[in-house]
Unconditional design. Structure first.
Length: 364
């Protein structure tokens, strides 16, 4: 192999690619990003300066989709970019196309990208085994999900390079000019400007008053409130924390950095449940999404919610109960339970990039 190619349609995919780039750099194999326009808020074309700086730092070449004419090259893609990648980059003609699954969303589009991929790389076997819950389930689109797909020889289990990163707490505090107070990170969902509610596709949520009650509990226990959202979900002024953040850094990603310096994470049916377990951060999950909508999120993450390192609420919690849970979760260590959850359902971080690069080498 004289070069490795990564399809970059979203800046958030840098979390998966940079650890792999670093491993290929270590082996003296150059990397190239193939850029295409996704139209999303995190599209590379909307963040040219940040991307140029990252490419310079890690010695990465970059090309647009229209400039890519090579054949039979080794290409990696994160699942959510696959459909457009096939269209724009002629993936059908490539013999060494690998897909990294990043979320549980793979179940919706597996047929499409598995058709063209040489291998589909999953974080762990559990991700696929757990999909038996969805065989024939008409509440989701993947009604054709089957045992045959679960056991396809294309599927391999090598972890996720996203977590092959060593985060330094002091560097993060200095980077964001944070105080030395203990912190609770609030992962903020969309908020309706009209209703003042946390909103989902089903228009359920917490009121501004309830949100600020949660902040009050956190502050009364001596914690600073950090709020993290995305540009497409702006934080309304009345629901601001002590510090508000958006995607300030694509790599290392802001969310992972803020988790690293926090004692607790509060979220709403978020896939960040996996991040908390892998980074050993206790968390509170508040489930507000209609059952039909949350079928993926709830069923896929449910096994991770049975441990004492977290508290799950299917409805807005009682404030006094919430206060007790915050006290409990921030005053105890849960090393054994985190380790058991990782071993049983996820994987051990910090080794995935090497495993993936080694595996691809065997396929040449």
């Amino acid at each position: 192999m004289n070069k490795i190619y990564f399809i970059l349609g979203e800046m958030t995919h840098l979390r998966y690619f940079i650890p792999l780039v670093k491993e290929y750099n270590r082996r003296k194999i150059p990397s190239c990003f193939l850029i295409f326009f996704s139209g999303k808020y995190n599209c590379p074309s909307k963040h040219k300066n940040e991307l140029n700086n990252i490419c310079k730092e890690y010695s990465i070449e970059k090309k647009t989709a229209s400039e890519f004419q090579e054949k039979n090259k080794t290409i990696l893609c994160v699942e959510s970019s696959c459909t457009k990648a096939v269209e724009q980059l002629g993936i059908k003609k490539q013999n060494n196309f690998y897909v990294l699954t990043s979320q549980f969303d793979f179940i919706q589009n597996y047929d499409f990208y598995a058709k063209y991929a040489k291998r589909v790389i999953f974080p762990s076997r559990w991700f696929l085994d757990h999909c038996r819950l969805f065989v024939g389930d008409k509440r989701i689109r993947a009604t054709s999900w089957s045992e045959e797909k679960i056991n396809s020889p294309k599927n391999v289990f090598l972890g996720s390079p996203k977590y092959d990163i060593k985060l330094d707490r002091e560097k993060i505090i200095n980077k964001y000019n944070l105080s030395n107070k203990r912190k609770v990170l609030f992962l903020f969902p969309a908020v309706s400007q009209q209703s003042g509610m946390w909103t989902t596709k089903e228009k359920r949520g917490l009121s501004e008053g309830q949100i600020n009650d949660v902040y009050g509990i956190i502050r009364s226990l001596g914690f600073e409130v950090l709020v993290k959202s995305r540009i497409k979900h702006p934080i309304i002024k009345s629901c601001s924390g002590d510090r508000d953040f958006y995607d300030e850094s694509w790599f290392p990603h802001t969310t992972m950095e803020l988790m690293e310096v926090s004692d607790l994470v509060i979220m709403v049916d978020s896939t960040s449940i996996k991040e908390c377990v892998l980074q050993r951060i206790p968390f509170i999950n508040i489930g507000l999404i209609n059952e039909k909508v949350r079928i993926n999120a709830k069923n896929m993450t449910e096994p991770l919610l049975k441990y004492n390192y977290c508290q799950n609420y299917d409805n807005p919690p009682d404030i006094n109960e919430l206060k007790d849970k915050v006290k409990h979760l921030t005053s105890n260590q849960f090393y054994e339970e985190f380790n058991e959850a990782k071993k049983t359902y996820l994987f051990e971080p910090n080794e995935s990039s090497q495993k993936i690069v080694d595996f691809i080498k065997t396929q040449e």
